[in-house]
Design a protein around this ligand. Structure first.
Ligand code: AHR
Length: 328
């Protein structure tokens, strides 16, 4: 009983914080759904771990302003418990739509059932949940991470085509338990498993951050006498790893080939300098699509359950030309 009261108080306090931090258009009267065409979205963001994430946050905030949507924004600082608290607070505040990018795939059913009971539709953005109950969310907007992992491996297979020597690979994984870490790892593994010359010697999480990417790469360089390829699940970890490789007196992109995912400007710069060999794009600019989707859901229109983002693959020869037009 006491616990429940304390939880309600904590959620209330969080609600005040979230209201204070809200951004976007005109204030909403707080009613969920109903006749008003004003929309309030409660958006729980993963954190600010990477350049990709910063661009994604900006895209959502800018799009909300443009669309006249009231956005209640909450940064979970990479912690699932913070996201669960934020979602409960959004439920209390009776927002029209809850959108969130789940830090990890598992463990969402209870809070999503609470949103469903409150009749607040949930849109997943960027990352998926592994819930078996598909009625817990209306749509999932974001990239195909398995495909990204496959594209990364396709480049590798092509690069080493016709060569028989073993290819020693180290992998910097994203946040443990997150959809992009799970899927990018499995997509990549699926493609290389057919050829025994590709050997993943070490694989460890760098939590999608530059600092952790550097730290783990330093450990890889100490423990692995010969590394041919680094596969990093995002640009920030690749950029951190580049520092570690250079500090170890090796040339990134030459002594150790680097495959990365995202396509932020800093990675394009590194690629144009020959330090990254290939970048598989993952588009963070989901804001406009999210607002459009939320408006449709609010009006009760039917929406696609899965909306995939269109993305490309960029190599060194394209980097310099593509750099000026990169939007993030
Ligand atoms: O979920 C998308 C991933 O999360 C991006 O690749 C990474 O940079 C971010 O932190």
């Amino acid at each position: 009983m006491f616990k429940r009261a304390a939880a309600a108080l904590a959620a209330g306090a969080m609600a005040v914080v979230l209201s204070a931090c809200s951004s976007g258009g005109a204030a909403n009267d707080g009613a969920a759904g109903g006749g008003s065409d004003k929309i309030t979205i409660g958006f729980s963001q993963v954190g600010a771990e990477s350049g990709w994430r910063t661009a994604n946050t900006k895209s959502v905030q800018d799009a909300a302003k443009k669309a006249g949507v009231t956005l209640k924004f909450s940064d979970a600082q990479q912690k699932q418990e913070n996201q669960i608290k934020a979602i409960r607070s959004f439920i209390q505040q009776k927002v029209d739509i809850i959108a969130f990018s789940p830090v990890v795939e598992s463990g969402w059913d209870t809070v999503l059932k609470e949103a469903k009971a409150a009749k607040i539709p949930v849109i997943l953005t960027d990352r998926a949940v592994d819930s078996q109950d598909e009625s817990l969310y209306v749509s999932f907007l974001g990239s195909d991470f398995v495909e990204e992992g496959k594209r990364a491996a396709d480049w590798l297979v092509k690069e080493y085509q016709g060569k028989a020597d073993p290819v020693n690979i180290v992998q910097l994984e994203g946040t443990t338990g997150s959809a992009p870490a799970n899927d990018r790892k499995s997509g990549f593994a699926d493609v290389i498993k057919g050829d025994p010359k590709f050997k993943v010697l070490a694989s460890q999480t760098g939590d999608f951050t530059r600092a952790k990417g550097k730290e783990v790469m330093q450990a890889f360089l100490k423990s692995q006498p010969k590394i041919d390829v680094l596969y990093a699940h995002n640009d920030d970890m690749a950029l951190g790893a580049i520092q570690a490789i250079e500090e170890a007196g090796k040339q990134p992109g030459k002594d150790i080939k680097i495959i990365s995912i995202d396509g932020v400007k800093d990675a394009f710069t590194a690629m144009s300098q020959g330090k990254i060999n290939v970048v598989v794009e993952c588009n963070p600019l989901l804001g406009d699509q999210l607002m459009e989707l939320a408006k449709k859901v609010k009006k009760g229109e039917s929406v696609e359950r899965r909306i995939k983002t269109e993305e490309g693959v960029f190599t060194q020869d394209q980097a310099a030309a593509a750099l000026p037009s990169r939007q993030y």
